[in-house]
Design a protein. Structure first.
Ligand SMILES: Cc1ncc(COP(=O)(O)O)c(C=O)c1O
Length: 380
């Protein structure tokens, strides 16, 4: 059997990784400024993470959600304290799309309504309703397309108000910083408006924090910058540092009932051990503060580079919009300077999404290479 060929691949096979570095099978070292789509939060192969997962595997790796799994309580407790929403409830699943599916479904169970508002350039996953509310027609199969998805212009308060007047809205799903869309920030007033309209209309505010959450923005959730609380936060990517784990944090007024949601793998012992290790390291090593400081440094430096049209982001989620298409720049950074960076749906915007414990030395390495590659490209 062959693998289903859906991914365009670099001709590189990493076989080892440590901190912010990867090594291929020929021993060539790469600087990782992308973390495999924003997944690596505490650095590759962090010793505490490796130890926790190995110890757990030697005890019990899996049993289903039909028995007591106290690791789930430990995880919910640590997550609640770190994110500042100790009174929320945690439901565990396995990926970002699954987190969003559960959030959208739970919202609809909660208020009995059907319509979902999402936004232009937003990305929420590739399954069922998550893909229907994603603004990319090419990945929405006919079976996924639904009249229940209303995709509105970004940061447009009037359009939002009009939609609430016209339709019975179940939920609004929004990334505070659009990732795949090219690192576009929701304005604080827009997020506040969503909060108000959801309150007035018994709708559920879903903060898709799959990419911009878990400390990456310099606060636990990027939505925190607006000073509002969402009803449901969805998360995945950085949560397991590579172990497939996702979750939704649910406000106390949304009540559970046996059988309402469910999953075979979600919340298994190994996934919990991985996610607990990640939270331990984020807390102990003050990685949220590091993300804020390193992000400010990176963005300030990038603003001075010729050929960079706009720098967008917060913390270690940075979009560099260039005056020219970025594909060639990214390829040269990879091939000649051995550095992984990310693309976005905007052809001129590079995404930088490193581990939250990256240091100034690594960022300087990137800045030097980036400056030189971009200046050569501008001349030629
Ligand atoms: C904001 C956002 N939501 C949801 C997803 C889907 O996550 P997953 O690929 O784990 O299903 C992604 C993935 O890139 C994302 O960036």
């Amino acid at each position: 059997m062959k693998n289903f060929d859906v991914y365009p691949l670099f001709n590189i096979e990493p076989v080892k990784a440590q901190g912010s570095y990867l090594w291929d099978k020929n021993g060539v070292q790469y600087l990782d400024l992308y973390g495999g789509h924003a997944v690596i939060s505490i650095g590759h192969s962090h010793p505490h993470y490796v130890q926790k997962i190995s110890d757990q595997l030697n005890k019990i790796g899996f049993y289903s959600n039909s028995v007591q799994i106290s690791l789930q309580e430990e995880l919910a407790d640590k997550l609640g304290k770190l994110c500042g929403h100790d009174d929320y409830q945690l439901f565990l699943c396995n990926s970002g799309a699954e987190a969003n599916e559960n959030a959208l479904k739970l919202a609809s169970f909660h208020n009995g309504k059907k319509k979902v508002i999402s936004f232009k350039k937003g990305f929420h996953g590739r399954t069922s309703l998550a893909v229907a509310v994603t603004d990319n027609a090419s990945i929405v199969a006919p079976v996924n397309a639904t009249e229940n998805a209303i995709i509105l212009p970004w940061n447009d308060e009037q359009a939002l108000e009009n939609a609430f007047k016209k339709e019975e809205i179940s939920s609004v799903i929004i990334e505070a910083m659009q990732g795949v869309g090219g690192v576009h920030l929701a304005s604080e007033s827009f997020l506040k408006k969503i909060r108000t309209l959801c309150d007035e209309n018994n709708a559920v505010y879903i903060a898709d924090s799959v990419q911009d959450g878990y400390g990456r923005s310099g606060k636990f959730y990027a939505h925190d910058f607006a000073g509002v609380s969402a009803d449901i936060y969805t998360m995945a990517k950085g949560m397991g540092n590579g172990f497939p784990v996702g979750g939704i944090a649910i406000a106390p007024h949304i009540k559970p009932k046996h059988g309402l949601l469910g999953t075979t793998f979600g919340g298994n012992h190994l996934a919990c051990a991985a996610a607990i290790a990640v939270l331990d390291v984020i807390a102990q090593d003050k990685l949220i503060a590091n993300a804020a400081t390193m992000g400010d440094y990176l963005m300030a430096q990038c603003k001075t580079i010729e050929g960079v049209k706009e720098v967008r982001g917060r913390g270690l989620m940075v979009g560099l919009e260039l005056e020219i298409p970025c594909a060639g720049i990214r390829n040269t950074l990879l091939e000649e300077h051995k550095m992984f960076t990310g693309s976005s749906s905007d052809k001129n915007t590079i995404r930088i999404l490193p581990a939250l414990n990256i240091g100034k030395a690594e960022l300087d390495q990137f800045l030097e290479a980036f400056k030189s590659v971009l200046s050569k490209a501008l001349i030629s």
